[in-house]
Design a protein around this ligand. Structure first.
Ligand SMILES: Cc1cc2nc3c(=O)[nH]c(=O)nc-3n(C[C@H](O)[C@H](O)[C@H](O)COP(=O)(O)OP(=O)(O)OC[C@H]3O[C@@H](n4cnc5c(N)ncnc54)[C@H](O)[C@@H]3O)c2cc1C
Length: 311
């Protein structure tokens, strides 16, 4: 494609600008995107899609891609939960998470999909610089919200990696509106450097005694021998202990986001209608055995376990 064709496609397809980038490490970023259109109405926990043209360059060191000529002028879009900076430059809880005209996204670089089809978007997103243009879908959507939470309820956010993004936005909302029940957010990653919001959560814990943040690392030298996954946190009783009250299904909402293996959504057998829990053991199986009930969006069943799978 010629530089003129590329400039034309960018003009036609892009409707947003990179307002800021914070790299936590080379493969993990907080990306602020300012749309050209008025900020769409949305709820904390929801997602939209970001896109870049296949004509954009890919970051070096990622799985190779071989595009057919007819694919080169296409746009690749992926869903991203909206995150939240939580604290502003003045060190205070941000008064309105989208007031500045941008939304924050928390994105990890997928260097290799582990499949034949290489990752399409993130190797391009990680080439972006402040001021660059991209595509953002106008509609912000999703059922992963705080709607079912009542005053005084305990709210537990459990995530892997960037699955923390929607939890950060929901946490901001709970703190902003003075939610009076205990709130706990736990995130499982390989290394401490994979926790872009750690310092912010530590600061929030000092200010809000009813808020706890637990970081679980599985590859750090001091934890590698005794890895604690989200599943272990619940089974061992540590989660209830840190929350300061038992995991009572009547007064607790649990939000799960990220790796489908951590979440463990039961699979329904098409012939018998029976539900089977996947292996390895996921959080939904553990919670259902404690009396919790998972949401089932297809039959509009609202439980007290809510989930968002990233792939
Ligand atoms: C509702 C929703 C919200 C999402 N929000 C976020 C978010 O806030 N932050 C974020 O980083 N991602 C998020 N994702 C995942 C995102 O949509 C993309 O799948 C991801 O960025 C990879 O895109 P890609 O084009 O580079 O790779 P793709 O071409 O989409 O290939 C992805 C493949 O790589 C593998 N893979 C390995 N690690 C990951 C990973 N961390 N995420 C996805 N796939 C992985 C999987 O096998 C997957 O099938 C969300 C997904 C959904 C459905």
């Amino acid at each position: 494609m010629t530089p003129e064709q590329i400039a034309d496609l960018r003009r036609q397809r892009y409707n947003a600008t990179v307002a800021g980038i914070r790299l936590a490490n080379s493969d993990l970023m907080c990306l602020r995107v300012q749309p050209d259109f008025p900020m769409p109405a949305h709820k904390p926990g929801q997602y939209t899609s970001l896109g870049l043209g296949n004509w954009e360059p890919r970051l070096a060191g990622c799985q190779e891609e071989h595009l057919k000529p007819e694919e080169e002028a296409k746009l690749t879009r992926r869903a991203y939960s909206i995150s939240c900076p939580l604290l502003g430059e003045d060190g205070q809880l941000v008064p309105d998470a989208s007031r500045n005209g941008w939304l924050e996204f928390y994105i990890v670089l997928v260097r290799d999909s582990g499949k034949e089809k290489p990752p399409a978007l993130t190797p391009r997103l990680f080439n972006l610089r402040e001021g660059d243009r991209l595509n953002m879908v106008e509609k912000i959507t999703g059922h992963f919200t705080l709607d079912p939470v009542k005053p005084g309820d305990a709210v537990v956010f459990l995530s892997t990696g960037t699955g923390e993004a929607p939890h950060n936005y929901m946490l901001w909302d709970l703190l902003r509106r003075g939610h009076d029940g205990p709130i706990l957010s736990a995130c499982c990653v390989r290394y401490k450097k994979d926790l872009a919001y750690l310092a912010i959560h530590e600061e929030l814990m000092k200010r809000y005694p009813h808020y706890k943040y637990l970081s679980l690392t599985t590859r750090e030298a001091d934890t590698v021998q005794h890895k604690v996954y989200i599943q272990d946190l619940i089974s061992s009783g540590q989660l209830a202990e840190r929350l300061g009250r038992p995991l009572d299904p009547k007064t607790t909402h649990v939000y799960l986001c990220g790796n489908p293996k951590m979440i463990g959504v039961p699979i329904k057998d098409k012939e018998t209608g029976q539900r089977h829990y996947p292996q390895p053991l996921g959080v939904i199986e553990i919670l259902e055995k404690l009396g919790f009930q998972v949401d089932n969006p297809t039959v509009k069943l609202h439980g007290n376990v809510h989930f968002e799978e990233y792939w």
